[in-house]
Design a protein around this ligand. Structure first.
Ligand SMILES: [Ca+2]
Length: 389
């Protein structure tokens, strides 16, 4: 079942910039060696010149990381390196509007990244990182017990922590969507409207609930415009039929705009959904066998682990789509645009990719037995990777 919320307003915890904060007791899963921390923030008031903390696990000159607005009014991601030095990164200007921030650290490559509204900040930084090993995670103010909290004034919504460095595609595909809390590698998920008895619930099974301090107020505010209100509440035991029927009914009535639709794990076989917009759709593990998705917009859609065997995707746009581990065996992708798509570990056996555009597509570990690449557009490096001429 899909639930739609009609109102764009929610009552959220309002951080006063003085003593309001949320603390989550120390736990190893929220302090991994590789991580992604992302959140929506709305700064209010004119606080230029002040240092404002959004998320902190940092003990000065020891370990951990911090996401903040600096004294020159830039968004910043700070890490403590192995030597105890703090590394600062990011210069996008803080603006008084809903802004999505994501910070990633990959312990294998040692690359730290900050994304502002889904855009990766360029000139990637490479540093060692010593994760916090003892103190709480603090939201809206610093983790230290000092009298100066360096508090943030404004709203925070949809904060998530993942135990890996998410890719740009993953960040873009999910930043505007609500999650279920059960996603792979998601280790913490808090929504700042989900508050009871002085606690903010962690919607993952880790249940690392936050304690609220500073006696904050709660105010009604319009949410980020692009944030999807479709809550994926489809469970795993085949109760997706209702949602699928609803989608097909909408299509039969002439509707073609299904951007951001969320149907993870649904079965939509042999359907006709051609010429539709599925931009940013979340279709993880969906079964779209033999379905007609020709001339569709699936830009930035998430189709990881989807089954698309014998599906028709001719002339469709799949730019930035995530098709990792998808099964596209015997699918027809002629003239499809797959630029910057992630096809790593996908099964492309006997698929028809003639005249498709695969520029910048990720093609590691794909199965290409019997695949038709006639007139395909890809780089020499990509061809070499696939072992084709
Ligand atoms: Ca207060």
């Amino acid at each position: 079942m899909i639930m739609d919320k009609t109102s764009n307003d929610l009552t959220l915890l309002y951080f006063d910039g003085k003593d309001d904060k949320v603390e989550i007791p120390y736990t190893p899963e929220l302090n991994a060696h590789s991580f992604t921390t992302e959140l929506w923030v709305m700064p209010t008031g004119n606080e230029q010149g002040n240092f404002r903390t959004l998320v902190s696990t940092q003990t000065r000159k020891d370990s951990g990381y911090m996401i903040c607005a600096d004294t020159e009014n830039h968004w910043q991601f700070c890490l403590t390196s192995n030597s105890g030095k703090t590394v600062h990164w990011g210069h996008a200007k803080v603006q008084p509007k809903w802004t999505h921030l994501a910070c990633t650290y990959d312990s294998h490559t040692q690359i730290m990244c900050i994304y502002v509204d889904g855009q990766q900040y360029k000139n990637l930084q490479k540093h060692s990182f010593k994760p916090n090993y003892k103190i709480m995670l603090s939201i809206g103010a610093e983790a230290t017990k000092n009298s100066d909290h360096n508090g943030f004034q404004g709203y925070i919504y949809e904060m998530r922590i993942w135990s890996n460095a998410r890719t740009p595609q993953e960040i873009q595909a999910h930043m505007n969507q609500r999650l279920t809390g059960k996603e792979n590698d998601l280790v913490g998920y808090w929504r700042f409207d989900n508050i009871s008895e002085g606690k903010i619930s962690d919607l993952t099974n880790n249940k690392n609930h936050g304690n609220i301090y500073g006696n904050p107020t709660y105010k009604s505010i319009s949410l980020p415009e692009n944030l999807s209100y479709s809550v994926p509440s489809i469970n795993q035991d085949n109760e997706d039929i209702e949602a699928v029927n609803k989608l097909l009914e909408r299509y039969s009535k002439g509707e073609r705009n299904f951007n951001k639709v969320q149907l993870p794990g649904a079965k939509i076989i042999k359907a006709n959904l051609s010429s539709s917009n599925f931009e940013f759709a979340y279709l993880a593990g969906v079964n779209l066998a033999i379905t007609n998705l020709g001339v569709c917009n699936l830009g930035a859609a998430y189709l990881g682990y989807a089954y698309l065997g014998y599906a028709y995707l001719g002339y469709s746009y799949l730019g930035y789509a995530n098709l990792s581990h998808a099964n596209l065996s015997h699918a027809d992708l002629t003239n499809a645009n797959l630029t910057d798509a992630d096809l790593s570990n996908a099964n492309l056996s006997h698929a028809d990719l003639s005249y498709a555009d695969l520029t910048n597509a990720k093609l590691e570990n794909v199965d290409i037995s019997g695949t038709n690449f006639t007139g395909v557009k890809m780089s020499q490096d990509q061809k070499q990777l696939l072992g084709i001429k």
